[in-house]
Design a protein around this ligand. Structure first.
Ligand code: FAD
Length: 424
């Protein structure tokens, strides 16, 4: 290809959406991706190497993820509804005594009220207590709830705030509760569908469709340096320097950390990138016998904290999707540890095998889904990520809507493409 009109860096959902929109508008796009595949944190692969295709990164879309739903059908894919929850188990008994039951109910109601206030943009509740700028740990302390209640909230945190309790903002948890009716338990109710066979395939198809419009895609070539001046943008990889009048960096906050910029990015973006985000959960698929599909278990605030028997497997087995936090204690890479943890959650089950992808140590992800460090929430706001000269930024991590979700990635990618189209 001659010199492209736009370089897009990153073939995740944001990069795929930007590429598709730019190529449909007649721009010659060169897409550069560090991995050998499309999808980024959307990653479908056969379980254990030869099992069914499962999502090892993101999976769920909500009923209101309309942009994504339209793309799924436009690109010939289908949706699989989540199996309903038919059995709800807890490792810790929340109703040990009458007083505990009352304190439990009070904490549940407090969270629901705070979540709804926050959804309305109110950052202090009627008691004058802050709903932002407070860590999840301090928020739990303030609730003064029984240990069992704390364990249940911690389990829902593993699938929402998904990082260190002391470092991350409680608002991550409250805003996820507010997607439903304010109850933590309502979070799963909006995990409506997954894409068949997987969201990564949607990114692949979007990029294939862009290729039909003249896009060129380069894989397995990480970008290391991005420079811009009055003439254009120069994007350097391990093998070449590519030039174009404009560029979309479709990279998440943590993925921007190793990239050098000339000139330096302004303070707001620079500080946000240096801080990064704190999304650090692990997601495992565990194949078990003796657990009915539809069983949801929450733990005791340690180890694997959340497990949902999501899919039927061969010979009566079940695939359980499980979450917990990456920290010094948990060892999701150790089969013995995973077996012990699974046995705690499902004492009557036989654990057959497990598989996972370590997103935290993956140098091209450096974390899971976006989660704000307490006190720094503004750095993740889309307003901080506007066009910088000839460079537009796009990621679910700082999307203008639905940040942290696939839907946010698509919206951010299309918006960045729109910004480039309006200036070139
Ligand atoms: C375990 C897990 C569970 C999740 N669950 C859900 C869910 O259920 N529902 C949901 O909606 N979302 C979920 N998410 C979040 C969702 O996956 C992400 O928000 C979304 O995929 C991010 O898209 P993106 O395009 O912004 O970034 P990415 O998908 O990370 O794309 C960035 C791309 O840039 C590439 N790249 C990185 N560095 C460079 C470089 N130097 N040069 C070139 N290329 C580079 C990466 O390889 C990647 O392909 C989950 C994420 C994880 C990890």
């Amino acid at each position: 290809m001659e010199k492209p009109d736009v370089i897009v860096v990153g073939a995740g959902l944001a990069g795929a959406a930007a590429t598709l929109k730019l190529s449909k508008a007649g721009r010659r796009v060169r897409l550069i991706e560090a991995r050998s595949r499309c999808g980024g944190r959307a990653y479908v692969k056969p379980y254990g190497g030869d099992g069914p295709e499962l999502e090892f990164g993101g999976a769920w879309i909500t009923p209101w993820h309309h942009r994504l739903r339209a793309l799924v059908s436009e690109h010939g894919l289908t949706l699989r509804p989540r199996h309903p929850i038919t059995n709800r188990l807890r490792l810790c008994d929340v109703a040990k005594s009458y007083l505990d039951t009352v304190a439990h109910e009070r904490a549940i109601a407090r969270v629901a009220a705070d979540a709804i206030l926050l959804k309305k943009g109110i950052t202090t509740n009627e008691r004058g207590e802050a709903l932002t700028e407070i860590s999840f740990h301090d928020y739990l302390d303030r609730l003064q709830c029984p240990a069992a209640t704390r364990a249940v909230f911690s389990a829902w945190w593993a699938v929402s705030g998904n990082g260190d309790h002391r470092e991350l903002a409680a608002s991550e948890f409250l805003s996820s509760c507010a997607y439903g009716n304010g109850l933590a338990e309502s979070m799963i109710s909006f995990w409506a569908d997954t894409v068949v066979p997987g969201m990564g395939i949607l990114a692949e198809r979007m990029i294939a469709a862009s290729r039909g419009e003249g896009t060129e895609a380069i894989f397995s070539d990480p970008v290391t340096h991005v420079a811009q001046d009055d003439q254009g943008v120069a994007v350097t990889t391990g093998t070449a320097t590519h030039r174009a009048p404009a560029c979309v960096l479709a990279l998440g906050i943590n993925q921007l950390q190793p990239i050098r910029f000339t000139p330096d990015l302004p303070l707001g973006k620079g500080k946000a990138i240096a801080l990064g985000h704190g999304g650090r959960s692990f997601k495992l698929w565990i194949r078990v016998e003796g657990v009915p599909v539809g069983t949801l278990v929450t733990g005791d605030g340690s180890g694997i904290e959340f497990a949902f028997a999501e899919r039927p497997g061969p010979n009566g087995s079940t695939y359980v999707v499980a979450f917990g936090l990456m920290n010094e204690t948990n060892q999701p890479g150790d089969e013995g540890w995973v077996r012990t943890q699974a046995a705690r959650l499902f004492p009557n089950a036989r654990v057959l095998s497990y598989d996972w992808h370590n997103w935290v140590d993956d140098p091209l992800a450096r974390g899971t889904w976006v989660a704000a460090f307490v006190g720094h929430e503004a750095g993740y706001e889309a307003a901080n990520w506007q066009l910088e000269g000839r460079i537009a930024f796009a990621s679910s991590d700082y999307a203008p809507e639905q940040a942290g979700w696939f839907e946010g990635a698509v919206i951010a990618g299309e918006q960045a493409a729109g910004a480039v189209l309006s200036t070139t």
